[in-house]
Design a protein around this ligand. Sequence first.
Ligand code: HEC
Ligand code: HEC
Length: 304
Amino acid sequence: MADNKRIDQATGTSTVGHEWDGIEELDTPMPRWWLYIFYACIVFAIGYCIAYPAWPLLTRGTPGVLGWTSKGQLEAELAADQKAKAATLAAIDRLPIEEIEKNPTLMHAAIDGGRAAFRINCSACHGSGAAGSKGYPNLNDDDWLWGGDIKSIQQTLLDGVRFPGDDNTRMSQMPAFGKDEILKADEVQDVVSYVRFISHQEAASPSAKRGSAIFANNCAVCHGPNGGGNRTVGAPNLTDKIWLYGGDRDTLTQTVTNARYGIMPAWGQKLDPVTLKMVAVYVHSLGGGEAIPAAAPATTVAAK
Ligand code: HEC
Ligand code: HEC
């Protein structure tokens, strides 16, 4: 083969000596720049394998002399992130909740943190978008059982509703009018007619008229003389079309007969104060949030 090598006349390049039907292969050298880059890559690869984790061994890879690990890098980045957030969290912790809502940066951070904590702790009952379901109130609307200003929300979160493990929990109990024979079955139906009348679901009727008197004597004390609800006892507004349990005759009959006992856990026992504050800000931001009522400044809640 080597014998056949010769200089190609046209290009002045040596041939490698292969020939197929008169076609010969030129021994063109690699371009220098290409060759040097190739050598540089080899040198780099060797250097890399020495410096960084590279070769798989039986139980784990070669560690590399620099001691770098992807886990270590992640931890360093998380630590840096944590440090950057620490200042924000400290400010959220320090400031009264109304001040947080006035500061766009803190507000943004609180809503983000609150949303994350909501997904983990609250969505099981209130739904991932806080839209609620039967027995679990929608937190997006402006219909509130216990109050939609930031202090009221914070209080509800802190001590829960009818939560057995918390002495300060929000407490009230609607009587089981049917079960405990406070009202007879037909009286229950009459008062249900009245509730359906004031919620614009049924026209006036003799039954609703009788129910009106029963309502005034038995229900108005909690639900208000016009059925508009009362937040100090968490009694829902019965005149709107927003129902916690349901506004059809069957469900209303059940509610009035057996009453309800919705329980919301006290999150003060489970969430740290900063997270609790952030969740409160998040819920307050959802769309139904109210300003703190001027008439009754909520001074009973310690600034957490
Ligand atoms: C185990 C189910 C459950 C979980 C989990 C839960 N809640 Fe509730 N929540 C309820 C129930 C039930 C009520 C209604 C209580 C009542 O009938 O007064 C309620 C009421 C509320 C209210 C009062 C609404 C109003 O109209 O006044 C707020 C605010 C609230 N929850 C926020 C939260 C937040 C924030 C979380 C997560 C930290 C959460 N809840 C987790 C069951 C739950
Ligand atoms: C002691 C206070 C109290 C009295 C008296 C009372 N309620 Fe209630 N009522 C409540 C509370 C509190 C709730 C919310 C219960 C819960 O969420 O667990 C409620 C809930 C309801 C609901 C459910 C509303 C919904 O959105 O699904 C209806 C309906 C209702 N009451 C009707 C009546 C009627 C009718 C009477 C009189 C016969 C009456 N209540 C008397 C406190 C009271």
